[in-house]
Structures are given as C-alpha cells and as structure tokens.
Design a protein. Sequence first.
Length: 120
Amino acid sequence: MAVSFAEIRASRDKVFTENCPTRVVLDHVMSKWGVLVLLALTDGTLRWGELRRTVDGISEKMLATTLRTLEADGIVQRTAYPEVPPRVEYALTARGDALMERMLPLMAWIADEADDIVAR
C-alpha cells in the first residue's frame, strides 16, 4: 500500500473530519451514480442519451443531478452546441481524468471480486 490513512491525515490538518470539504467531494465522487457516470465517461465524450443507456438503471432526474454536481466540481465538462436540435456532450475534464486514473484500478478490483463477495 502506498499511503495509509494515518499518513494522509498527518500531512493535512483535519482532513476527512466532519465538515471538511473532503467529505463533500467523497460523497459526490463515490456515490453509486457518480461512480457509474464517471466510469462511462472514461470511454470518451458521450451525449445525454448515450450516458443514460450506458449507466443502466439511472433515472433522468438522477442523471441530471449527478452531471450537474460533477460539472460544478470541475470533474465533468458539459458542452452545448447551438444547433437544431440542440446537442449537448459530456466529457471528463483533466481533473476527472486524473481522478479516474486512480479510480479505475479500484473498479477493476470490484468487477473481479464482486461475484465472490456477494456469494458469501
């Protein structure tokens, strides 16, 4: 393991404590829908309908809320094109790419272990 929780806390004052901004970011990034939307965007830029189909089971309301939150955090970029009909695309920002570079190994581990864990 590269870094422990104690080492992270020792290097930053009150990190991951109650009312710390890290708790807000953790909630946004690690929510079920946040993770699945971010995973979908690792394959490249997607339009609304493509995202909705890729993130199986997400409601329109939850997709809109999740995208708004991740956009406000600077993790997802929304680009609207002035066309008829309107076209809107979503992509990871540089911050989102850096996040997913770290998160993808965890997602691969979960994919590999989920069946065995749930079967217990």
